[in-house]
Design a protein around this ligand. Structure first.
Ligand SMILES: [Fe+2]
Length: 194
C-alpha cells in the first residue's frame, strides 16, 4: 500500500486511458517532461495536482494514492463475501459488499481477514425464543475487548457494537446460513460458520 501516488500508478493509468504524456500534461497544466519525470521516479506531483490528475485518470484521489483502481464487476455482490475494516486509530468499523479503498483517520485500511475462533476467543450461542444469545468468552477491559459482533448471510448483515467494560454479549436473530463475526481489538477478526 502506498502513502502517496507513484510514477508507476500514473503511467499505468495514463496508458489504460490511452493518453500520451503530452496529452495528460496538457489536461492538468504541466509539461510533458514533468509527466515523464513522475513516471520515472524523478519527481512527484505537487499535492495540489492530485485532484485534477485523479479526475483526468478517471479515478478517485484515494485510489490514486493507494495505487489501486477498484472496479466491482458483480454489482449484486453476495454479502457473504463482504469485508470488514476497522480503523486502528479511532476504532471506526466499516464493511463493504465488494472491493473498496477505505480510509479513516488518514490511514488506508486493509480488509480484515477473519480467522477461525481460537481458545481465547470462543463463542457460545444459546437459543432464546426466536433469537440467539451470543456470548464471546473474552475480557472487556479498556485495553482488550470485543468491539463488535456481526452476523452475515447472503442478503443481510446485523452488526452490534460492543463497548469496553460492557458485556461481550448480544442478541441476534441467526436466520439462515451465514457467518458470525466478532472482532477483538488486539487479536483481530474471528468468524464462525452457522
Ligand atoms: Fe483478544
Amino acid at each position: 500500500m502506498n502513502t502517496y501516488v507513484t510514477g508507476n500508478t500514473i503511467k499505468q493509468l495514463r496508458e489504460s486511458r490511452k493518453l500520451t504524456q503530452a496529452e495528460l500534461a496538457e489536461k492538468i497544466g504541466v509539461s510533458s517532461k514533468t509527466i515523464s519525470k513522475w513516471e520515472t521516479a524523478k519527481g512527484l506531483p505537487d499535492i495540489s495536482l492530485l485532484q485534477p490528475l485523479a479526475q483526468v485518470l478517471g479515478i478517485s484521489v484515494i485510489e490514486l494514492m493507494n495505487g489501486e483502481h477498484i472496479i466491482n464487476k458483480n454489482v449484486s455482490a453476495n454479502m457473504l463475501r463482504c469485508k470488514f475494516y476497522v480503523c486502528p486509530i479511532c476504532g471506526n468499523v466499516m464493511y463493504s459488499m465488494g472491493n473498496a479503498v477505505i480510509s479513516c483517520c488518514g490511514v488506508t485500511l486493509p480488509p480484515l481477514e477473519a480467522e477461525e475462533a481460537d481458545m481465547d476467543h470462543t463463542v457460545t450461542i444459546e437459543t432464546v425464543e426466536d433469537e440467539h444469545f451470543i456470548t464471546v468468552e473474552h475480557p472487556m477491559t479498556k485495553q482488550h475487548f470485543i468491539s463488535f459482533v456481526a452476523f452475515v448471510t447472503s442478503d443481510r448483515i446485523q452488526l452490534v457494537k460492543l463497548y469496553p467494560e460492557g458485556n461481550a454479549q448480544t442478541r441476534l436473530q441467526l436466520r439462515g446460513m451465514g457467518y458470525l463475526y466478532y472482532y477483538c481489538n488486539r487479536h483481530g477478526l474471528f468468524k464462525k460458520k452457522r
